[in-house]
Design a protein around this ligand. Structure first.
Ligand code: PMT
Length: 398
């Protein structure tokens, strides 16, 4: 099952606060949502929680020193800053919050914050009066204005005996807020249907015609659309990738099944993305029993499958239609022909003759083609390609 923090690297920064004893639980909750977690422990944090516990739960060496030559050799601080998709500081002490405001870099955590482009979540935990102080409140406002997100502390009895606002937010809530960092509103409120994977066309009860589609490109698009605020329906053929659990998932086998599932659910969709590798032909007859090998040659008569994308494009109140073009030669020319002939609003071209990209690979390189435009997205992971495509769709087609 795909989870909201699948494929996300989260760096957990732990500062000096009694609430640091909850940090191993925060690591676990982030992992529950699919994150790969590494920990940075400040000197203050190390007073409240042991490096060994954090190393055990995170299954990674804990980073605690800017000047540790050995750690720098395995993953230097700049590399660590680049590794992170998100940095969560929980608990964040008043001191670290103040240092962040001033752009200080006098320990590993503050240096990483300056050196990263990752999304940042700050979960303050401190005495209620320290939290209420004008300095802390102004500092938090300043950090918010720099696009950092604050996981507000809770009201309640504190370790020091005071009652007020300053208790660290619950680990589950911090993990969910970390997942929300990746949400945007590019497709806010839109309904998106995506077909993905390979169709399977039976020859007899044990054999079939199919192709190498893994579903990776379509599933990456599903996650990117969900993170952009869309409600996603997936029509899933044969795949070898985890299913996106936040989508409405409909499983199909053949092109005919896929057409039926698409047409029964397309009415309410705003956007249709046809990423499936649909078999163009199927056997005219499916043998009832396993075909015997009693002749030297065997011919199977094939008939054209329905074109699902073209069917959707021809609807009276059609959604925005985006096709894929899987090409091996005359790439741009063939893709432009498909754009025109099928009547889609955009076509995403990939070269499936290159084994580094396209079918089965974790990477892709695509051209986003509309009637008036043709833009290349250079080779990178399908996850990043999907995010860039969602950006393009929201900019150009909505
Ligand atoms: O699944 P992966 O391993 O990650 O690989 C991703 C991919 C290479 C399969 C994907 O990026 C891709 O290119 N998908 C489209 C594959 C394909 O069938 O391309 P095509 O050029 O033959 O078809 C053009 C378009 O018509 C496609 O949007 C296709 O979904 C659609 N089509 C094709 C035939 C058909 N009978 N019905 C259709 O809807």
């Amino acid at each position: 099952m795909q989870k909201p923090l699948n494929n996300k690297n989260v760096l957990l920064g732990i500062c000096g606060s009694i609430a640091a004893y909850k940090s191993p639980d925060i690591v676990r909750r982030l992992q529950d949502l699919g994150a790969e977690v590494r920990v940075v422990l400040t000197a203050g944090g190390a007073e409240f929680v042991s490096e060994r516990s954090l190393q055990t739960v995170s299954k990674n060496k804990v980073h605690d020193n800017l000047w540790d030559a050995e750690a720098e050799l395995s993953m230097g601080h700049i590399e660590l800053a680049k590794w992170a998709d998100a940095i969560v500081i929980a608990p964040a002490s008043a001191n670290t919050i103040a240092k962040l405001c001033h752009g200080r870099a006098n320990d590993l955590l503050t240096t990483l914050i300056l050196a990263t482009t990752a999304k940042i979540l700050i979960a303050p935990a401190m005495n209620q009066q320290m939290y209420a102080s004008m300095a802390t409140q102004d500092n938090l406002k300043l950090l918010e204005s720099r696009n950092m997100v604050i996981a507000k502390p809770e009201f309640g009895e504190q370790a020091c005996g005071d009652i007020g606002e300053g208790r660290l937010a619950e680990p589950t809530s911090i993990a969910l807020q970390a997942a929300n960092l990746f949400q945007n509103t590019q497709l806010g409120g839109k309904k998106v249907m995506i077909t993905l994977g390979a169709t399977i066309e039976a020859i007899d009860p044990v054999r079939f015609i199919s192709n190498h589609s893994s579903g990776k490109m379509g599933m990456a698009l599903a996650s990117a659309c969900i993170e952009a605020g869309a409600t996603v329906t997936l029509i899933i053929g044969s795949i070898s990738v985890a299913v996106e659990s936040r989508a409405i998932n409909i499983f199909v086998t053949s092109a005919d099944d896929m057409l039926e599932a698409v047409m029964s659910n397309i009415g309410e969709q705003d956007i249709f993305i046809s990423c499936a590798a649909v078999a163009d032909y199927r056997p005219v007859n499916i043998a009832q029993n396993k075909i015997k090998k009693d002749s030297e040659t065997l011919s199977i008569e094939l008939v054209r499958n329905p074109d699902i994308l073209a069917n959707v494009c021809q609807m009276k109140n059609k959604p925005i239609c985006i096709g894929f073009a899987a090409e091996t030669e005359n790439l741009i020319k063939n893709a432009k022909n498909k754009l025109k002939n099928k009547g889609c609003d955009a076509i995403i071209l990939n070269d499936v003759s290159n084994s580094k990209i396209g079918l089965k690979s974790d990477q892709n390189e695509v051209f986003f083609i509309t009637k008036d435009n043709c833009e290349k997205i250079n080779i990178t992971s399908k996850i990043i390609i999907a995010k860039k495509l969602v950006e393009k769709i929201s900019e150009v087609l909505i």
